[in-house]
Every structure is written in structure tokens, then in C-alpha cells.
Design a protein. Structure first.
Length: 105
């Protein structure tokens, strides 16, 4: 394999990574809420930080977990907002009762 082909392959991977990042949308959390961020998709997981009121979060993927009732209904969907960090979708204004992102793999 020539050096040119190796550089081409690396460039394609970089473009693919940028495309995936560009498709991430940010969503507002419910007004007046300080939202717990957990290290797994459920209330049985530890709180790793708390988002301040007025925060917006990216949703990289979603996964089922503990049922939670919040301002946007009752849901078992948990939103992955960072590596190993999840928030209940019942507190995120996605405009949908279902999945708005790919399932976490």
C-alpha cells in the first residue's frame, strides 16, 4: 500500500467522525430543573454531576432504563449526553415521547 492510500484512508475516517458529530442536536432540559446526570441509564446508578437550570444537552444515543416521571411525561428512555453519562428523557424537551436518536450500542 502506498503512503498516499494510507493518508486517504485516514482522511475518510476523519470525515466520517466529523459527520457523526455534526448530526448531534442539543435539547433543553425542563425549565426550573437542576437535573441529575448518572453514570448509567437508571435511578439506581450514581449521580456524577448536576446540570444547572437552563442547560441544553446533546443526545448521542438513547437506551431503555428505569421508568421516570417528569415534566415531559413518564418514560424509560435515557439520553446519553457524554461518555458514560445519562439523563432521564422525561426531563428533556425533545418534542417526542419516543426515541429521537439512535439506540446506544
Amino acid at each position: 500500500m502506498s503512503v498516499d492510500r494510507v493518508e486517504e484512508a485516514a482522511g475518510a475516517e476523519e470525515i466520517e467522525a466529523l459527520s457523526a458529530t455534526a448530526s448531534v442536536r442539543y435539547y433543553s432540559i425542563a425549565p426550573g430543573i437542576r437535573l441529575n446526570v448518572r453514570n448509567g441509564p437508571g435511578t439506581n446508578f450514581s449521580v456524577v454531576r448536576v446540570l444547572p437550570e437552563g442547560s441544553k444537552v446533546p443526545i448521542y444515543c438513547q437506551t431503555p432504563g428505569t421508568n421516570v416521571s417528569g415534566p415531559y411525561g413518564t418514560s424509560n428512555i435515557w439520553d446519553n449526553i457524554s461518555n458514560g453519562q445519562y439523563v432521564s428523557d422525561a426531563y428533556v424537551q425533545t418534542g417526542s415521547d419516543g426515541y429521537v436518536a439512535d439506540r446506544c450500542g
